[in-house]
Ligand binder design. Structure first.
Ligand code: SF4
Length: 191
């Protein structure tokens, strides 16, 4: 049994995980955060942004139930040395139906893979979600709804210019929003 599975089972003893569905678990994603990442698209979103790139995931019953087998698959994918971390998208990961399960998952991942980063995409603003327990385990938050009139395909790792890429740990420490910055080698002029 892998470290992640042991850790997850430990976390889940005495703790009931609410049902969460997911649309996709990707083992090779280079579009949603730096490096090669595992990405998890969860189901369910009440924001209903106009022009949403993934409207099928608004339905909380879309896709498959996230089970222990899914944990195992996630562990297998994250264990590869070339994987930089996990990106969680949707749907809306911070809807109450998803947030509870993802808090356990993120806590476990951070304990087993402390060197791998967790990016989380949400339609809520940082100010709205910064006090959630899951934020202790999230390294970078891409926040805010997708606004079609602000769509810009040249933006890195986000769809519309209102969305911010936030360094969560630095922001919590300083008590103000600190934007994440990419390695200068990869940084683009639009930042
Ligand atoms: S928050 Fe994301 S998934 Fe939800 S409607 Fe907006 S763009 Fe679509």
């Amino acid at each position: 049994m892998s470290g992640l599975m042991e850790c997850l089972i430990g976390c889940l003893i005495g703790w009931t995980v609410t049902g969460m569905n997911y649309a996709k678990l990707n083992g090779y994603d280079i579009a949603n955060g730096p490096g090669v990442r595992v990405s998890l698209f969860v189901s369910g979103c009440r924001h209903h942004c106009k022009g949403c790139f993934n409207p099928e995931t608004w339905d909380f019953d879309y896709g498959r139930v996230f089970t222990f087998d899914t944990y195992q698959r996630l562990d297998d994918l994250l264990s590869f040395e070339h994987i930089s971390g996990l990106s969680i998208l949707g749907g809306e990961p911070l809807e109450p139906e998803n947030n509870k399960t993802l808090t356990v998952v993120c806590k476990s991942i951070k304990e087993v893979y402390p060197e791998k980063t967790i990016w989380l995409y949400t339609g809520f603003t940082y100010e709205h979600v910064r006090d959630l327990p899951i934020m202790r385990y999230v390294d970078v938050l891409v926040d805010g709804p997708f606004i079609e009139s602000l769509k810009d395909i040249s933006l890195q790792f986000r769809g519309s210019s209102n969305q911010r890429i936030i360094d969560v740990k630095a922001s919590l420490e300083r008590g103000e929003v600190v934007l994440w910055s990419d390695d200068p080698v990869f940084e683009r002029r639009k930042w």
